[in-house]
Structure formats: C-alpha cells, structure tokens
Design a protein around this ligand. Sequence first.
Ligand code: AMP
Length: 373
Amino acid sequence: MALPPNATIGIVGGGQLGRMSALAAARLGYRCHILTPEPDSPAAQVSAGVTLGDYEDPDTLRAFAAAVDVISFEFENVSAAGLDLLASLRPVHPSPAILRISQDRVAEKSLINACGIATAPWRSVTSRAELAAAADTLGFPCVLKTTRLGYDGKGQALLRGPESLDGAWAALQPKPLILEGLVDFAAELSVIVARGADGTLSAFDAVENRHRNHILDLTLAPAPVDPALRDQAAVMARALAEKLDLVGLLAVELFIDAHRQVLVNELAPRPHNSGHWTIDACPASQFELHIRAIAGLPLPPATRHSDAVMKNLVGPADLALWPEILATPGLIPHLYGKSEPREGRKMGHVTHLFPKNALPGEFGLAAALGPLG
Ligand code: AMP
C-alpha cells in the first residue's frame, strides 16, 4: 500500500544520507522526522521534525515512532534491538533482520557465499589460537577486522607476517574478529540496488570508487572497466537484494581482482556515498529510489542521463576551496550543513557531469574538477 502524500517518514540518524533522503522525500510530497542525539544535525535542518535522544532509549524510540508513519535508517551502527522495538510499532524498511546481517561481517560473508557469490577467503576469529590457525590457512599478507562497528578503515589491521599477530589481536576491539585474505585488487566497485515491496528491482550501473586515507575520495560513474564486469557486479547485487528480501536500498561494495574475478566485500542496506552522483546524473537518484521503495511507490528504472565524477569534500582543507568550487563552471556543489569541519569529516561533495558514455580519462577528470583536480 502506497504511503499517501503528506505522510511522515521517520529516519533514524541525522547525517548527510538522511539529509539527502529528506530532500528527495520532500519532492515527493512527504515530510521527514529525524531521530538523532545531535542538535542541529544535517538531516534535521531540512526536515519537518526531530526527536532528540539516544538510539537505545525506549521512551525516545516510542516518541519517535508515534510521530511517523514508516521508518528507515541512514547508518548501520544503530542497534538492531532498538530497531526491533521500532518495528513493533511501525513498518521498518529495510528490516531489522537485514541490518543485523550487515552489522556482522561473518554473517554478511556467510550470506554472500550462500548466494554462490565469491568474497575474499575468510575465517572467523574468536580467540588468539583461532587467529594463528586462520593465518596459517590464509597466509600473509591478510587483513584482520572487527566483525562489528567498523567503518572507513577503522577497526582493521594489515598483517604482513606472524610477528604482527600479537599486536593486532591486542589492538582490535570489540571482539570477535574476522581474518580475510588480502585481495590484490585492480579496482573497487559498488552497485546500488533498490527493491520495492512488490519485488521490483532497479540497479544503477556499477561505479568505481577510489579512496584517500581510507575515506571515499572519488566515484567514477560508470566504472571505467569492461562492461561485462559491471554487469556481473549488477547481477550479484540483484541476487543479494532478492536473497535478503530487501525493501529499500542496498549498496554492494566489490573488488575486481588481478584475475578479473568479481568479489563482494561488504553490504550497506542504506543510501551510500558512492551513489551521490545519481542526484545530478539520473532522472531518479538513489535517495528517490530509497524513499519510493520504503513508501511503497512504483520504482522507476535506475537509469542515468549522464556520466559523472563525484568528489567528496573532506575536512577543513577541502572546505577551504568552497569559494573556488562555487566559481568553477560545471561543478555541482553540495554542502551538508555541518558546523565544524573536523579532519576526516565529510562536509559535502561535488559532481561533474559528462555526456553519457563519454567519461574522460585521468587528465580530463582532473581538469573537470578544477581546484579539486
Ligand atoms: P571495509 O571496511 O571492509 O570496507 O574495508 C575498507 C577498505 O579497506 C576497502 O575499501 C579496501 O580498500 C580495503 N580492504 C578491505 N578488505 C580488504 C581485503 N580483504 N583485501 C584488500 N583490501 C581490503
């Protein structure tokens, strides 16, 4: 059943993903209401209402649920138990069950492999002895990660040899951990797929993501790789959305390894930084598909009218270029309303569009980004 115009969509989380979801929701005639502990959050600035309080506090959660008609979330580190409480009061999309899987790298990789989709080789590590055994099996170099609460490269350690085991085991919290073989990747890709309550699937073309200091720096849309590999990535994303019985949005992060094998790295059941280009290059952005899916509206195909490069504006250094960015023809600016430009904090992004199927090479991309190139 479709959510009628003027209904209220509740979003757990007050960051930029919630902000851009709320802007898309407003265009479709919905109001958004944000749950966040943070006063003056990027999402609440552009929303009709906000409940300020802790994600774990039952009274806060009940007050939030009472103010909304349907609920989604914009980040993964919200507690699944909290979402369970919300789901007992209002429809929650994607489901708390999907959130639980995406919060646990072992559950996530087990599900991906159960779909017949390859990942880096991995072992669950719950003790120092298991770490030694896993490292014996997978060999060096390998990557040790927390199974929960990791993001932007936090909660992981590269292990080059047996001498790094003790230090990494002591340093990484919380336990348990997962050990993964190091993928010698040629490129990192992502696919964003939406699935409606009626089972309709819409997937954007795979994009390439390049990181700086473990934070997404550039997204190239579409990924400048063999289209057959992009198609393989999209087939995997659709299969995972089906398997999860998704209603909402799923971002699938992938590697293309040195042997042209496509491996899935991780899943995020929410809008994703690598989909920001879709606001400017697509008739319906990832945020519109997200809102449509959770509101029970028809899902349009995830097509683009243009190719695009997206660059994140991170920390004070990128933000200092804002006047030049605004003065550069072709750069489409987005700022998230965060008052403090801390080091490593995503403050905004820019998009530059190119004719469809005409993404330039490295020099053309750098030239298009002007002061950011
Ligand atoms: P993750 O938190 O799993 O997304 O990892 C953050 C980044 O670390 C990824 O985007 C990759 O650049 C790198 N990375 C993570 N796992 C592996 C792996 N098994 N092999 C090679 N690089 C990895």
